[in-house]
Design a protein around this ligand. Structure first.
Ligand SMILES: [Mg+2]
Length: 404
């Protein structure tokens, strides 16, 4: 039985939110990101694209290319709120959906055709989102996630596209190979060097040739080029979480020690987020006292993966939670409501130093292990750490180095 998969993507999301707040920005070239000389463009309006501007580019360069652009320092809190608003509407309409990033969703509409017509249903949902939030959004509808995502990108800005069953290859063939999800700059160059430019040419190649040139990735790219993809829509995105907890050999009332452990746990989980290119929007602290009563506190926060934002919040929650003068048996930290996203989202500020520091520290952790650098206040808690990457089930590369 064929599936019907919907992909929804908010158009130039950060820019659209800014325009929703200040309508004078409509129709003007807008850049959102870090405003310092070393800041990066997080989002740019369609009006700037003709100048060769794209997200991820240094803000300084973007400003030189388009001096008349309005530049805005992003605000993760505002964007998270608008993202939640859209999520709530989708949740009402489709029980089985996946929030894959702050502005992107997949929904499985299989079986709906009999009752409503899934295209009509998706169109209504899109109309509702636009009416209720004022944010432009596009969608693609097809037999699987990959084809729908490509369809959304072709539909943009602010439009929709349906690829009928059986027409996946025909739809993909004339497109540039750059449009296949997961073909980055490096893969693109490799494919170009092979004389490949259009998806159609990849479709005509034998799969094993692609595999020989690009390894395992080659097979995936070949399948995607041919419109083949069986990845399921992963529901219950709220349940995606990472957590860590510690039961003490001997119950403790040492608050300094407890705080140190919480800091170490937060630092470690935040690093796991960044390594998996994830952000959290909900954090939880848990305490179990020596009498086995367990208390927990949960807090919704703007999407982030930055230690300097997470640690103070965790300590604040602990302060509220730890109100019984009793020995503690267990403490734990959990991050949930995870979505894919780059941690630069919290770093709209003039904090390239912070960004550089994170990159440098994470590079050390990637190489020498997740406990190789920790905050001084967490020094007493060296045993906090994970041995594997929670997002792919793979052990970290660092274990190999550690033994040497
Ligand atoms: Mg988007």
């Amino acid at each position: 039985m064929n599936k019907t998969i919907l992909h929804l993507d908010l158009d130039t999301f950060f820019v659209s939110v800014e325009r929703q707040i200040d309508s004078r920005l409509k129709g003007k070239p807008v850049l959102v990101g870090g405003l310092s000389d070393r800041g990066v463009v997080a989002a740019c309006s369609y009006e700037t694209r003709g100048y060769g501007i794209h997200s991820g580019m240094p803000m300084k360069m973007a400003r030189e290319l388009c001096p008349e652009a309005v530049t805005i320092k992003g605000n993760a809190g505002t964007y998270s709120k608008h993202s939640d608003l859209v999520t709530e509407i989708i949740k009402e309409y489709v029980p089985l959906f996946e929030k894959s990033s702050i502005d992107e969703f997949y929904a499985d509409l299989s079986g709906m055709d009999r009752f409503f017509g899934s295209y009509k249903y998706a169109s209504e949902l899109r109309r509702k989102i636009i009416n209720e939030t004022g944010l432009p959004i596009s969608f693609g509808l097809s037999v699987n996630k990959v084809v729908s995502k490509v369809a959304t990108n072709e539909a943009k800005p602010n439009n929709q596209l349906k690829i009928d069953y059986g027409l996946e290859k025909t739809f993909l063939a004339p497109l540039s190979i750059k449009k296949i999800p997961m073909v980055g700059d490096k893969t693109y160059q490799t494919l170009r060097n092979l004389g490949l430019r259009k998806v159609g040419t990849v479709q005509e190649m034998p799969m094993d040739v692609m595999q020989r040139v690009l390894g395992k990735n080659g097979t995936v790219i070949w399948k995607r080029a041919n419109g083949i993809d069986n990845t399921p829509v992963t529901p219950f995105w709220e349940r995606k979480s990472i957590s860590t907890e510690r039961t003490f050999d001997k119950d403790t009332i040492d608050v300094v020690k407890l705080k140190g452990i919480l800091i170490a746990m937060t630092e470690n989980l935040a690093y796991q987020l960044r390594r998996g290119e994830k952000l959290t929007a909900c954090i939880m602290v848990k305490i179990r006292y020596s009498d086995f009563n367990t208390y927990s506190k949960q807090l919704r926060i703007p999407y982030t993966s930055a230690d300097h934002i997470l640690i103070p919040k965790i300590l604040e929650m602990f302060k509220i939670l730890y109100n019984r003068r009793l020995l503690v048996r267990l403490i734990g930290v959990r991050f949930s409501h995870l979505v894919s996203g780059n941690y630069q989202i919290d770093l709209f500020d003039d904090t390239e130093e912070a960004l550089n520091l994170y990159q440098a520290l994470d590079a050390i952790r990637n190489r020498y292990g997740d406990k190789s650098v920790i905050r001084a206040s967490a020094m007493g808690s060296k045993t906090i750490g994970r041995m594997h990457n929670p997002f792919n089930g793979q052990p970290p590369i660092v274990l190999a180095h550690r033994k040497q």
